[in-house]
Design a binder for this molecule. Structure first.
Ligand code: ZN
Length: 324
């Protein structure tokens, strides 16, 4: 979404000045006309222009331009923290700061990213930038004491096809993600409670090429420590919750599928912390199983989900929406 606006005050001033010039011209006061014309031109040159570009109601970049500087602001209109990276390439303009920034914006927060100023006033300044973002706080400190539920119904177990440290596709940032083999339409349950911050359920395609990841359906739950629990490859219309819903650990949240970067119906689950350029770093977490707590998931393992602890009060919370 793009929009260009001109400062109304400047427009009014310019209009008034043009009217005066016209009037003076009619009275043949050429010398004064010349002076005022110069003033008018310089006024037009210092007109401020503003432009805003938003990506999915999560990150807006505002540009505020004058003749020799540009202010770049970032705004997060959503009620969830996001982490963005932005890189500027400029000619004859400098901010005196690094050209690439990665910063976290809390709910509804905005800030000045940088001010670009012309190096040589008489030469033309040029700039462009690119950016990416993801849900979550880059400074989140994971609560390592938390024991997660298996992300499916109590009493059920599904074979792990990629556990921690898998070398197939869960390398690098994904090293602590787990893939559970399950038929499409299998109920997916929250491994930990939190607030649904983002979801996608319109996709239908699953494939194994570069770019297939963009076709994934998913549910992202923001945990209270600022990390996220993410559930991928869900079936079309497979989200059973809405953005803003507060959910409890063990709640049924989705139906599994085979969308996105995938070769076989399965559920990809991991806990993440936001890093740069829209990427996320998976975090090593422990799980509660019918056979006790496990420190890691292993390929070939089948872990039975424990019954919900009704006494913990987790069940009673139900659904409600964020108010801020
Ligand atoms: Zn996976």
């Amino acid at each position: 979404m793009k929009a260009a606006t001109w400062s109304p005050r400047k427009l009014l001033q310019t209009k008034r000045m043009l009217r005066t010039i016209f009037r003076l011209f009619m009275r043949n006061q050429f010398r004064r006309v010349a002076v005022i014309l110069i003033l008018a031109i310089s006024s037009v040159l210092t007109l401020t222009a503003a432009r805003t570009e938003c990506d999915q109601d999560f990150l807006c970049i505002h540009e505020e331009k004058t003749a020799d500087r540009v202010l770049l602001h970032a705004e997060n209109p959503s009620p969830y923290p996001i982490t963005y990276s932005l890189r500027v390439r400029a000619r004859n303009m400098t901010s005196g700061r690094p050209k690439t920034v990665t910063r976290t914006l809390l709910a509804h927060e905005s800030h000045l990213i940088m001010t670009l100023s012309k190096k040589h006033k008489n030469a033309r300044g040029k700039y462009r930038y690119d950016y990416d973002w993801t849900i979550g706080n880059q400074h989140a400190v994971h609560d390592d004491q938390y024991v997660y539920r298996m992300p499916y119904a109590s009493g059920k177990s599904y074979r792990v096809i990629q556990g921690y440290g898998s070398r197939f596709s869960h390398t690098g940032l994904e090293q602590f993600a787990t893939d559970f083999l399950m038929p499409e339409g299998t109920p997916v349950h929250a491994a930990r409670g939190g607030i649904v911050a983002r979801l996608e359920e319109a996709n239908t395609v699953g494939c194994w090429r570069a770019g297939c990841g963009a076709h994934a359906n998913f549910v992202i739950i923001l945990h209270e420590d600022g990390t996220t629990g993410e559930y991928y490859h869900l079936q079309r219309d497979g989200a059973l919750v809405d953005v803003g819903d507060r959910i409890f650990a063990g709640q049924e949240i989705a139906l599994s599928g085979n969308t996105g970067h995938t070769t076989i119906p399965h559920l990809h689950f991991a806990v993440y912390r936001a890093v740069d350029w829209g990427k996320t770093q998976s975090i090593e977490v422990q799980f509660d199983t019918a056979d006790g707590t496990i420190e890691r998931t292993r390929r070939g393992g089948r872990y039975q989900a424990t019954p919900l602890r009704q006494a913990s009060g987790e069940r009673a919370s139900g659904r409600y929406h964020l108010t801020n």
